[in-house]
Design a protein around this ligand. Structure first.
Ligand SMILES: NC(=O)c1ccc[n+]([C@@H]2O[C@H](COP(=O)([O-])OP(=O)(O)OC[C@H]3O[C@@H](n4cnc5c(N)ncnc54)[C@H](OP(=O)(O)O)[C@@H]3O)[C@@H](O)[C@H]2O)c1
Length: 336
């Protein structure tokens, strides 16, 4: 009999998540039924959405994607030894029923990893997975930048942001990023080819934009919301486009509904901006297209990636909390 270890969230997060919000629970797994397989986790994905997308019932299993290997199978489509990406949550072993794929809210819920060649399977959670598709579809479909456009990215040294900026460069844009440390900003400019990057904790963002985007901002890929975003919006050009990907600056707020709102509507009206929120799930049916394109760019050396890997199942909460303190550069993962 296989015993899985899984993370349970004991009570709703209040403010920044804490290690004590989690408990590790053992679960005995039943024998496999026809068309099921057993997946053993190799890496957990650690993502900001896990902070805001848990349900209303507690305790509840921690959600999340993982890269896993098939170790037992009664499904010929998923033989032993195959690598999969699955939204199984933070658990070491999972009995998977592929036929129920479409029942899950997170899509795609399950797929066999494409052949990454010599590249690591971890790409399946980063540049060649959901994160990469968020960057690819969010920028190309929502912002639709043109050659020569000025593109601004917030949380630019994170998993999605660092990827967005590089695609914008591939597409011939001028790219400006915001991140919280000098080290992150240097990485963006010196290694990823951003035209400029500013430490939003120490600079005057408006002055920085006046200097580095003298002709205004055409596209804004917003990962954070709040003050940074309202300042960027005030520097948009007429008919500028804003892809609202996330609002991490507010995820740990306890009074989102009552806090005083920043007024951005005057910029939206005056500049006739197009502001569109999106979820990568919208592009689930095209996910292999995004993965293949990103993989090709990685292989061509046009797209660089960095992974922030925490070692060990026990360190998953620390990795998660780190997202909200800006500990990571690039994609955060946990090696099981
Ligand atoms: N719409 C979708 O389908 C979709 C899919 C994936 C991700 N997202 C969103 O995209 C954003 C980035 O996600 P990711 O996975 O790439 O995470 P990430 O950027 O790798 O990690 C989060 C980063 O957010 C920044 N941050 C944390 N607290 C902040 C605050 N109060 N103000 C400003 N920045 C803050 C930190 O960077 P600094 O150190 O630079 O502050 C941190 O490194 C998140 O908002 C996430 O929810 C959306």
């Amino acid at each position: 009999m296989v015993v899985a270890n899984k993370y349970v969230v004991v009570t709703p997060f209040v403010g920044t998540p804490k290690k004590t919000d989690f408990r590790i629970v053992e679960e005995e797994l039943p024998a496999l039924q026809d068309r099921e397989f057993l997946a053993e986790a190799a890496y957990f994905s650690v993502d900001p959405y896990q902070r805001v997308k848990l349900g209303n019932q507690y305790p509840c299993d921690m959600i999340g994607g993982q890269i896993a290997i098939v170790t037992e199978s009664k499904n010929p489509d998923y033989p032993v030894g195959v690598w999969v990406m699955g939204h199984f949550g933070w658990r070491t072993h999972t009995i998977v029923k592929p036929d129920e794929d479409k029942l899950h809210s997170q899509r795609p819920y399950l797929y066999k990893l494409p052949d990454f060649g010599d590249l690591p399977v971890t790409l399946g959670l980063g540049v060649c997975g959901r994160v990469g598709n968020t960057a690819y579809f969010g920028l190309t479909e929502i912002c639709q930048p043109k050659i020569g456009d000025t593109v601004v990215v917030s949380a630019a040294a994170g998993a999605v942001g660092s990827h967005v900026g590089q695609i914008a460069k591939i597409l011939g844009c001028r790219v400006i990023g915001f991140a919280s440390t000098e080290e992150k900003c240097e990485w963006l400019v010196n290694e990823l080819g951003f035209d400029s990057a500013g430490n939003y904790k120490t600079i005057d963002i408006a002055e920085f934009l006046k200097k580095n985007a003298p002709n205004g901002v055409d596209c804004y890929f917003d990962n954070v919301g709040g003050v940074i975003s309202s300042i960027v919006m005030s520097h948009m050009n007429h008919y500028g486009k804003i892809a609202v990907c996330g609002a991490i600056s507010s995820y740990n707020e306890t009074d989102v509904g009552t806090s005083k709102a920043l007024i951005v509507e005057r910029y939206i009206v005056a500049k006739e901006l197009k502001v569109e929120g999106f979820q990568v799930n919208r592009f689930a049916d095209r996910s292999m297209e995004g993965i293949r394109q990103n993989l090709q760019w990685v292989k061509e050396g046009k797209l660089k990636y960095r992974e922030h890997i925490f070692n060990g199942f026990d360190n998953a909460p620390e990795a998660f909390i780190g997202l909200f303190n800006g500990v990571n550069i690039g994609k955060t993962l946990v090696k099981i």
